[in-house]
Ligand binder design. Sequence first.
Ligand SMILES: [Ca+2]
Length: 367
Amino acid sequence: MKNTWLWLLGISATLAACAMALPQNANWKIETVKTGLERPWSLHFAPDGRMLLTTRYTGQLMSLDISSGATTTLTTTLPNFRPDGEGGMMGMELDSQFATNNKVYICYSYWKGGTQTDANKRNRLSSFVLSSTAVSKEKILLDDMPGWWNHNGCRVILSPDSQYLFFSMGDAAGQGSGPQKAQDLSSLGGKIFRIKTDGSIPTDNPFPNSPIWSLGHRNPQGLAFSPVTGALWSTEHGPEVKDELNVIKRGKNYGWPTCQGVVATCTVSNYQAAIKEYDTTGTVAASDMVFYTGNAFPAWKNNLFFVTLKTGRLYRLELDNERIVKEEILINNDFGRLRDVTVGTDGFLYISTDASVDSRIFRIRPK
Ligand SMILES: [Ca+2]
């Protein structure tokens, strides 16, 4: 009997060890970089090798030393901040001159006028300047985007020529006319925008005097420019099915809420179908994406990586222009929900989890 118990104990110890093992294969392994974070929504590496990250509900920008794991909270003041449902402190991008001007772009949720009612739920994109202790000098770039407890977007990315900011906003589901806002050019809900870095509207935008670059979006939360073609790619959350991978083109209508996924034709004008739809039986909840431009994995050069929330996956895609040549899942719900993926200055891939308690950052490095 004693031996049986020892044997059973041995089995459970082995199972526990297996459960703890991080995914790996012949070429790469995964390491834990940081534990105990509050939903890191957006990760970016500063030129000096620090990781900067936004924390969704606490609304503070943090600096992380990836070798020691030490964090510094940079005191961030977001006026009438709204840590509400899927809203809060979301996308962040660094200016191309960050090394000298310390400028960042942050998208966050707020209460219009400060009063916490459904009708006052909003989102905005602002620029800020970092010091060693604080994030201040806010300049609002696009204000008064509709908000709700869900579908607030908001991912922000600098164009490859550093002249423009592209950023996404969800349809702010319950606000105003609901999802139909995505088809309304007078609403800022359900759109992807293009503005100059000072907030002004480029004269060659598709709709005169409007920051709107594309419409008909449900809730896009991943944006990345292909280093090969220059095309802007995006992930977009589907309702219960049909998360989308899109190539975002000037003035195009991506169909929501009239059409979804790869359906070839739609009654909306200037319709653009998705490149691919994921899971017709249940949403994968596609989040951040990045093209691999590092040197640590030469075989992955220019591959597209994206993470998913509901299925906790990290996808790797090889592309030929707009065609997916190969698709691989590197992480398959080993860590729960995944929010962000980025490439470090060391060429390793960094991913963040999206847990209500103890969110983590992992990295994938060569063996
Ligand atoms: Ca669509």
